[in-house]
Design a protein around this ligand. Structure first.
Ligand SMILES: Nc1ncnc2c1ncn2[C@@H]1O[C@H](COP(=O)(O)OP(=O)(O)OP(=O)(O)O)[C@@H](O)[C@H]1O
Length: 308
């Protein structure tokens, strides 16, 4: 698998403030990697380093095989697309005119503009002034701007902040299409709901340090958090609920028709086997820890390790 980005012990200092501590990271071609972290965790710093806007204080950073802040910086940026956190446009221009303006700035072929506007779902609104656009439409215009010049690497800084769940889903669906076309995508977020189905791996940062890195399955394996097993059936509330010794926890009654166990991953199969032969159980649902649970778990190690 090709490495598009390699951080090897990269530290970034601003005077007395260290915003990134000895980061090791490899980003593979064609993956969507989420950079997750609290305010000030180092997400934007990581993106600025990749864009070559700032240089590492220590360590080695390669993007497409060259240091992004070095002599090749201009050529490299032609291969990158960036959507900053607070993107602003000239309100009086139409979406199409905005893209035309950025295409001239980037010195890329302007004939792609109409296709890009269609791709992000702004085809019909392309001749309307930006001041009439909703927040979701502005973000999609920002994405179209980042896609000018057919970049191979897309950096999206907090792209769904302020978007409602439907607009968030639309945005990530477009990102997934780009990934399927071979684009590598890095997106930073502290807004977790909705991102889970669209990412290949997550890097969790805390106080400038790497707290965890991996796919959802890998993070679940590392965290060993209990999963929830929900059993459905018909259990009158005046009768005691059945016990499953393998669960090593008492079931919580949700209502007359369902109950839940919190189960350590190593006991999962034993509990499932027992449940399938328990009278009255009609259905079983497995609810593994979500990205939000995993994020909370790994982030809590920042305070417990006393990092700041
Ligand atoms: N130019 C700078 N000078 C001084 N400190 C800086 C500078 N840039 C970043 N920092 C500090 O580095 C740390 C990481 O900042 P960064 O912007 O990377 O965080 P972030 O994870 O993107 O946060 P947010 O979610 O708030 O955007 C913060 O403590 C920030 O104040």
């Amino acid at each position: 698998m090709n490495q598009i980005i390699t951080f090897d012990g990269v530290t970034k200092r601003h005077g007395d403030v260290t915003s990134l501590h000895a980061l090791d990271l490899e980003v593979h071609e064609g993956e969507v990697l989420a950079l997750l972290g609290h305010n000030g965790a180092g997400k934007t710093t990581t993106m600025k380093l990749i864009l070559g806007l700032i240089a590492p204080s220590e360590g080695d950073l390669q993007v497409f095989g060259t240091p992004p802040h070095g002599a090749e910086a201009d050529r490299l940026r032609q291969r990158l697309g960036f959507l900053p956190e607070n993107v602003g446009f000239y309100e009086q221009l139409s979406g199409r005119e905005v893209l035309d303006y950025f295409a001239r700035l980037k010195r890329v072929d302007r004939r792609q503009i109409d296709d890009l506007l269609e791709q992000v779902g702004l085809g019909e609104a392309s001749r309307r002034r930006v001041k009439t656009y909703s927040k979701g439409m502005r973000q999609r215009l920002g994405l179209a701007q980042a896609l000018l010049g057919e970049p191979q690497l897309l950096l999206l800084d907090e792209p769904t902040t302020g978007l409602d769940p439907a607009a968030t889903r639309d945005f990530y669906t477009t990102v997934k299409t780009l990934r399927d076309q071979g684009c590598t995508v890095l997106l930073s977020s502290h807004v977790l709901p909705g991102v889970e189905p669209y990412i290949d791996r997550a890097l969790i940062l805390g106080a400038g340090r790497r707290l965890a890195l991996g796919s959802l399955d890998e993070l679940r394996h590392q965290a060993e958090l209990p999963l929830t097993i929900r059993a459905k059936g018909d259990w009158p509330s005046n009768e005691p609920l059945f016990e499953i010794p393998e669960a090593r926890s008492t079931p919580q009654r949700l209502n007359g028709h369902a109950c839940e166990f919190r189960v350590h991953p190593s006991n999962k199969m034993a509990v499932l086997r027992r449940l399938t032969t328990t009278p009255g159980v009609e259905d079983i649902e497995l609810l593994p820890p979500t990205l939000e649970h995993l994020y909370a778990h790994f982030s809590s190690t920042v305070s417990s390790r006393g990092l700041s």
